[in-house]
Design a binder for this molecule. Sequence first.
Ligand code: SF4
Length: 445
Amino acid sequence: MSLNLDSASLNNTFSRVALHTLGCKLNFSETSTLSSLLKQEGFEVVDFENIADIYILNTCSVTENADKECQALVRKVKRLNATCKIVITGCYAQLKPQAIAQIPDVNLVLGAAEKFNLIYYLKLLYDTQTNMVHCSDIQDLNHFQTAFSQENRTRAFLKVQDGCDYNCSFCTIPLARGKSRSDTIEHVIDTIKKLEQDGFQEVILTGINLGDFSTTTNNNKTAYLVDLLWEIEIQTQIPRIRLSSIEPNLLETPIIQLVKDSQKFMPHFHLPLQSGSSAILKKMQRRYHIDFYAKKISEIYSLIPDCGLGIDVIVGFPGETEAYFDETYQFLHGLPFSYLHVFTYSERKNTKAMTMENKVPMSIRKSRNQILRNLSLKKSHFFYKKFVGTYRPTLFEKPLENGTISGYTDNYIRINTPCSDGLENAIVPFKIMPVLTPQQEIVSL
Ligand code: SF4
C-alpha cells in the first residue's frame, strides 16, 4: 500500500509521543529502539506521565493480568489527553491482538513482525483515521531485528538473539516471539563499537534464549555464542560485557573459561533453575536435571570463586507437593548463589501446564514465594559479607537527587554511596562496606 503522507505532515499533527514498557530488559531495549526510530523521524519523545499525542505501550505476555494492566494504562493516558492515539504492541499484542483491539480507545495493535514498522503504521493510521490490527502469524517471523537500550549513557542492553525453540510447558514466549534467530557477529561488533564511541562503559548481551545464539558466518560456517563472545573479546574495546540469563544446558565450559580469563566479561551469570525437584523439572519440560545444574554451579565457582550468580525459580507449579517444594528449598539452600528471582506460577492459556492436574492453591503459592524470598535475602547477605573490606571495580551511573550515586561491582553487587567528583560513568575500585540490611544494598538484574 502506498501512502501519500510524509513524516513531516504526520509530525505536524502528532508531534509528541510517549512510550511505556512492561516486562523484561529485552522489551526495554526494543522500546528504546522504537523511541530512536521516532526521534529520527522528527517526533518529540516525552515521558509517559506527560501529555502526548500518541502513547505506545510495549506489552509483555509474562505479566500477570496483562489485559487489565493494558486497560488501566489506556484509561490513564486518555485522562491525560482525551484526543490522543493509542498504540499497543509487544508480546501480549502478538498473543491476543483481537482482545486488545476490543479495549475502548485503542487505535492500533501491532504484532511482533509489525512492531519495528511503527512509523509506516502510524502514517497509515493518520491517513485512514481507522482503528487497525496488524499482526502476522508468528510462525512466519524469521527476521532478526536489532535493539538496544539507551536510557542512560552507562550501561546498554543489547539484543543479540530473539525467539525460542524450546517448549517449556509453562511458557508462552515462543508463541509471542517466534522461532530462535540471532544477529550476525559483524553487526553485534559494530553496534558495540558504536556504543563504545557513545561513552557506554558496559554492554549487557540479552536474548530470549541467549545461549541458543547461532549465526552463519561469511565463510558459511555456523557460529555459536562462544564464538560471538571471543570476537567481542578480541575486536572491541568496551570496558565491560555482561551476559544476561542463559539456560544451564547451554552454558558450556568454554564460556565459563572465557569469562574467567577475560578482563572484559564480568564474573556474573544468571541461570534459570525453575525448580529444585527433578519430578517438577520433567513436568516443566526443562532440559536438565538438578544433578547437572548443581555440577554447573560448582564448575562456575571452582573457576570463578567471586562470581555473582542469580537464579530464577518458579513456585506453585501444578503438582508441586509440599515434599517437592521442600526439595527445591533444600536444593537452593545447599547452593552458593547471590540472589534469587522468585516467580509465582500462574496459568497461561495455550500452554501445556494450563491443563495439568493438581493445581496448587494460590495462598500456598504465595507463601512458598515468601519462603524463597527470605532465603534469597539470607543468601544475598552472605554473598555480600564475603566481600566486606575488599575492593571491587564498580561502575557508577548517574548521581541521584538525594546526593548519592549507585553502581554495580564486577560481580553484580549494587553499591550506593555519597556522590563525589569523578564517579559518574566511571569504573573505580570501591571498598565494600558493611550494610544494615541486605535488601538495601543488593538488587538483582
Ligand atoms: S527456554 Fe523455556 S522458559 Fe525460556 S523462553 Fe524458551 S520456552 Fe520460555
